[in-house]
Design a protein around this ligand. Structure first.
Ligand code: SAH
Length: 398
């Protein structure tokens, strides 16, 4: 039996609309008799002030006090997780993500798959599980078991990677590593839209690869023929691989991290050998754009999140403006600029406004060709618009 949390009067409204978070200010207290004080990560039954059952969630310290897992009174156990993961899997099948040449996708996208606090990315036969809440951390073994039950026909191992995402990890003692199966014997290779890459879940950023740019990379491929391409903030070189396959004249991949440059080089070699018209350069973006002599016809700007919190929003918007102004000044006449923001705190409108300011500043004539977002394996729960984070614009610059 889970401890019962009672909300203040009227605070049940958002849960009745299926918003999956309970804020700490909405809680009146614990119902008696309770199973004892609530610990971070415990499952709790959330009740309205009138005693109506609203559902079950994971308790968390901080302003989001409960993340709802279910909107009814049901046990959150192996069978519960199996059911949710099974639904997530069927959605990815519907999306056509299992096909020849593609074995990389996001299987569970937190609130978007009704599993708040949980991310699961799949690289061929490996699932990388990332917890963003204490509750998911405590349930990791159960989740690995549910994953293997549902996806045993293609999964061999589950790697747990939460060092950088778990709040209060000191007290939880999070340790990254394999929680099902063993490390692969050889350096793993996964495929996205027929292009190969080495996912590095042990050392890499996020779960090892940025799966969320798959469709946007495919769009770059369509624009690349005969173009001089700059892939700024290249990380593993995802966009560069598509540009090369699309027939780019030359591609420069730039990142300030030496590790990212090496990963990009390895991925280019894996697909195109050593004679591809490609250079990987270790450089800081703003400095590079200010001083580069090269001109580019096609540029991609996919920086890390400039705003991790709402309170740094003004600086972040300035950052996007400056970066885009530099690129708009640099790009060749009739150039195409792909520009992105992955900051959840930056709205689509704010991002667009900072790009408009950059366009004004550059003095160039600019048109919007495409408005981009995260792909369908990163679904947004319609009751949880906070789940929308990736936005992009494709600009035609005269
Ligand atoms: N476009 C990539 C993901 C980019 S992640 C993809 O498709 O996979 C952001 C990258 O920006 C990281 O690799 C990080 O090392 C790099 N980075 C961060 N700050 C930078 C800076 N000031 N200049 C250049 N690269 C930077």
């Amino acid at each position: 039996m889970y401890s019962k949390i009672i909300l203040k009067p009227g605070k049940e409204a958002s849960l009745l609309r299926f918003h999956p978070w309970v804020f700490s200010g909405a809680i009146a207290g614990l119902a008696e008799p309770s199973a004892g004080p609530v610990q971070e990560g415990d499952k709790v039954l959330v009740m309205s002030h009138q005693g109506q059952v609203l559902g079950v969630g994971h308790a968390q310290a901080g302003s989001i006090a409960v993340r709802m897992l279910s909107f009814s009174d049901e046990p959150v156990d192996l069978s519960f997780y199996g059911k949710r993961i099974g639904q997530a899997l069927r959605l990815r099948e519907t999306l056509g993500l299992f096909r020849k040449g593609n074995d990389t996708f996001r299987l569970v996208h937190g609130e978007g798959d009704f599993l708040p606090g949980l991310i699961v990315d799949v690289y061929k036969d490996t699932a990388v599980l990332q917890a963003h809440s204490a509750g998911m951390h405590l349930d990791r073994e159960l989740l690995a078991q549910a994953l293997l039950q549902q996806c045993g026909h293609f999964l061999k191992r589950v790697y747990y990677k939460s060092e950088n995402t778990l709040p209060h990890k000191e007290s939880l003692g999070a340790i990254d590593g394999y929680i099902a199966g063993k490390a692969p014997a050889r350096k793993p290779v996964a495929c996205e839209n027929g292009l190969k890459f080495h996912p590095d879940w042990e050392e890499g950023q996020k779960t090892g690869f940025f799966i969320d740019q798959r469709e946007n990379r495919a769009l770059v491929e369509r624009y690349a023929r005969g173009k001089r391409v700059l892939n700024m903030f290249c990380y593993t070189g995802g966009f560069s691989l598509y540009a090369l396959r699309g027939g780019a004249l030359e591609v420069d991949s730039v990142d300030s991290s030496a590790k990212a440059v090496a990963l990009t080089e390895a991925n280019v070699r894996l697909n195109f050998g050593t004679s591809a018209p490609h250079r990987a350069l270790e450089a800081e973006a703003f400095g590079f754009l200010r001083s580069a002599d090269e001109t580019y016809d096609l540029m991609i700007l996919d920086p890390p999140a400039f705003a991790k919190h709402q309170r740094v929003l003004p600086q972040a918007l300035q950052g996007y403006r400056k970066l885009n102004a530099l690129a708009l000044k640099k790009i060749a006449p009739n150039g195409v600029l792909f520009t992105f923001s992955c900051s959840q705190a930056v709205s689509r409108e704010d991002f667009r406004l900072s790009v408009v300011s950059a366009a004004v500043q550059s003095g160039r004539k600019v048109r919007i060709l495409h408005q981009l977002c995260q792909p369908a394996d990163h679904p947004v729960n319609i009751f949880h618009p906070e789940g929308e984070y990736l936005k992009g614009l494709v600009l035609f610059v005269e």
